[in-house]
Design a protein around this ligand. Structure first.
Ligand code: XMP
Length: 180
């Protein structure tokens, strides 16, 4: 897998360190006895991040699942996001934290946020491991961000190209000639 990467952006140790810091930031906001928090991961890219993040949270929480289909092509260009499978828990008057791997254009997260906001949660916040400031709207509502990155297609740590590379523990830039 490594030979398909142009370079490594974040080695696994740096990711783990930042995930622990993010969990501490989240804990400060929700408090240590936040029994009511429901975490809604945006599948499938967030699964590795989610697994690491929630094990660093020192309070009770539940996971609510919903499925969004993203871009149809192999990379971010083209295609749309739409709701495929609805949430499996009632979030009315509950604190909700959306967890996603990357905020790129924001199309996917906007759909998720709109869906959830309509169900009148007590609060709605969003946490992403990566954000591309060159693409994401400046005012996009996201409360927790792991790393801001350049506008390059990245894989690893849950992020995929054609469903591959999710199990690569580092995050790296995919060699452009592989998807051009
Ligand atoms: P939008 O544009 O809706 O994109 O914010 C969000 C979703 O698109 C995927 N995405 C990527 N996946 N490397 C990936 O492996 C990338 O650089 C990338 N940019 C966007 C991802 O699933 C994300 O949740």
């Amino acid at each position: 897998m490594q030979r398909d990467l142009a370079r490594i952006l974040f080695p696994r140790e740096r990711i783990q360190e930042r995930v622990r810091e993010m969990a501490a930031e989240i804990s400060t906001v929700y408090g240590e006895d936040s029994q009511g928090l429901i975490i809604v991961p945006v599948l499938s890219g967030s699964i590795i991040f989610l697994a690491d993040l929630i094990r660093c949270l020192p309070f009770m929480m539940k996971i609510g699942l919903m499925t969004i289909s993203r871009y149809r092509g192999a990379t971010t260009t083209g295609g749309e996001a739409r709701l495929i499978q609805d949430l499996n828990v009632d979030i009315r008057q509950r604190h909700v934290l959306v967890v996603d791997d990357i905020l790129d254009t924001g199309n996917t997260l906007r759909i998720v946020q709109d869906q959830l906001r309509g169900r009148q949660p007590a609060s709605l916040r969003t946490c992403v491991l990566l954000r591309k400031p060159a693409k994401a709207p400046k005012d996009f509502p996201v409360e927790f961000v792991g790393f801001d990155i350049e506008d390059a297609f990245v894989v690893g740590y849950g992020l995929d190209y054609n469903d591959l590379y999710r199990n690569w523990p580092d995050i790296g830039v995919l060699r452009p000639e592989l998807y051009a």
